[in-house]
Design a binder for this molecule. Sequence first.
Ligand code: RFL
Ligand code: PHB
Length: 389
Amino acid sequence: MRTQVAIIGGGPAGLLLAQLLHNHGIETVVLERRTRDYVLSRIRAGVLETGFTDLMREAGVGERLDREGIVHDGAKLAYQGGTFRIDFERLTGRHVTVYGQTEVTRDLYQARDAASLPTLHGCSGVKPRDIDTGSPFITFLHGGKMNRLDCDFIAGCDGFHGPSRQAIPEKARTEHEKTYPFGWLGILSETPPVDDELIYANSPRGFALCSMRNPNLSRYYVQCALSDSPEDWPDDKVWDELKRRVPEEVAERLVTGPSIEKSIAPLRSFVCAPMRWGRLFLCGDAAHIVPPTGAKGLNTAASDVHYLYRALVRHYHDRDDDGLERYSDTALARIWKTQRFSWWMTNLLHRFPDQSGFDLHVQQAELAVLSENEAAQTALAESYVGLPY
Ligand code: RFL
Ligand code: PHB
């Protein structure tokens, strides 16, 4: 088997890259470890930057997103019993769109099917080989036999636990990591969202987030201990805790109901450099992870896709490798700014077990400055709606 760009991972990064390349006449094969149903059942991101929605349109898959995505011109921050609003539209002239990662992935799979493009599910033992030569290839088990996929380039879009990053020799790779002493418990419930905008709450009992997917589907998160498991959080306890962490007038409006999904995610900041080794290019969670507080994970995967797809188009159409040479530096420059923002939002909004009285006062003062100061709000809004590519 041979293709031009072999893509490991059929998550949003891999599928979006494949669709954009296809539109420019570049062949791809996507190798995915899981079944399609499994990929589509993962409840994750919900907030898309305009750069992301523009890329979906450019890929020709923006129609349902434009119809069903909910435009958010602002978001709310809550602390000390009150709420203030960051007006994205007024401060930056831009907005974000609420549209689930599941829906993004579904749209991309549909487009891939419609164009009869090859996606192999259930691949195991996927291994990039000879990446530092002019003829890389991938070996993998599929359909009960070993296969070999030859290609010009490999895009490692296989998430944090995938094999691509490990294919970069250990001595050539630097990994920066920061872990946080808590996780997020998330629930999805078929209830109307408590507000028409997202509410990020800092409370003495820990962080809480009120989000949504559509007018009858709410997504809520509460900061929890890393040692907790979903069984420790029956629905009543989640709703009760959420109500205690948001301002009273929000709690009074909260409509509760049975959860249809419940999971716990640890928080992590992680960057791997370089993001390219020979003919292997890392994209998305394969190269970096952010804590979800800034809603940046999926959006950062999209900015990598933007740089890589343009670089590959220049390679094939203009015989110009400048974009490929600069991919790692260009992508990492934006990633570090996004890391800074996600780390800062996480520090601003969570309670830390080792937080001193001084730390807490500084945190609360920072929220007070944000609530009063338009320049501070603009800085937050610019990062939240998405830094330019
Ligand atoms: P993914 O989605 O992990 O996809 C990688 C794919 O690779 C496959 N794979 C393999 N395939 C073949 N062989 C192997 N050996 C393989 N190993 C893995 C996997 O099965 C999978 O299909 O990475 P990608 O495409 O880079 O996309 C990244 C995003 O999924 C991620 O950054 C976001 O979900 C993060 N995130 C959020 N991002 C946002 O931009 N906005 C948000 O509001 C937001 N909220 C969140 C989030 C992540 C969360 N969790 C669970 C970590 C909320 C949460 C709770
Ligand atoms: C979500 O809706 O899942 C979501 C929204 C905003 C975040 C993180 C997650 O910052």
